[in-house]
Design a protein around this ligand. Sequence first.
Ligand SMILES: Nc1ncnc2c1ncn2[C@@H]1O[C@H](COP(=O)(O)OP(=O)(O)OP(=O)(O)O)[C@@H](O)[C@H]1O
Length: 312
Amino acid sequence: MIKLSNVSKYFGPEKKAVDDISFEVKEGETLVLLGTSGCGKTTTLRMINRLLEADSGQIFINGKEIRELSPEILRRNIGYVLQNTGLFPHYTVSDNIGLVPSLLKWDKKRIHDRTTTLMDKLHLPAATYAEVYPQQLSGGQQQRVGLARALAADPPVLLMDEPFGALDPLTRISVRKEFKSLDEISHRTIILVTHDVEEAFELGHRICLMNEGRIQQLGTPAELIFHPANDFVRSFLDPQRLQLELKSLQIKDLWQWLPSAATPGNGQLAASSTCWDALEAITHQPVTVTHEQEQKIIDGNGLMEAIAAYKN
Ligand SMILES: Nc1ncnc2c1ncn2[C@@H]1O[C@H](COP(=O)(O)OP(=O)(O)OP(=O)(O)O)[C@@H](O)[C@H]1O
């Protein structure tokens, strides 16, 4: 769906912001660009919608080199979400969301229907919020409007630059959870930039960890944490190692090592739940998990034993 092939970007003769990077993002996949400040994440993202032009290499979307398309046509298929939302303060919420559809000359009813649907899906009921202005909303609500605006014309690709970066830590966690469960998101191809490791592990199907313009490792969260490609990757993830291990492993990954507890389980948990979510669920009582027609009762000891066995 999206392919970067040996892409580089210089700012002046000396400053190589992005240094010969290549990757592919499959349709429906979320790839997270992760790394320290200044490692080239935003520059990479902005080359994909031609807000910046690459100095060398090629970028393809659906097999088409993006320079063959005019920036306007290209951006119709790409939603863009920014940290500071970029909402127009003198436009109402519904006008902000309907901006791209109206530029595309959709008729009024279609814009109204799409805006209302999106607001409902993003828990901003149109009856209450359609006519208010962005500054009357909380940061989390403004972020949802920014997302609704990016989704309005139904683009197959979403580029997101620190989309939750301006939110306080608690709001950030809840908006992120909500984002993950949105059906408007699940089928889109997404590239998301963040410097928040936990966010990358929660949202990325794969993570591209960068340093000084170069890719250090590109892989699933479990590949990065359990099989780091080099010392940079290992030390970048080390401070949150335990949490990241728990977030990147699903119960089904541990199935062969998981003992079934004797105590009856209280409630069910999906085998696709992460160990992090499982630990939360079993704080007070064991839970029952079914995987490939086998049932096990999971408690804290059994889970920790299985994680240790997986790592050995
Ligand atoms: N317009 C510009 N002119 C000159 N240098 C730039 C420009 N934009 C970015 N840079 C430099 O290129 C490098 C990569 O910047 P970029 O914004 O892509 O990093 P980043 O990984 O997104 O960082 P952050 O997380 O801090 O936004 C940095 O050293 C930055 O200072």
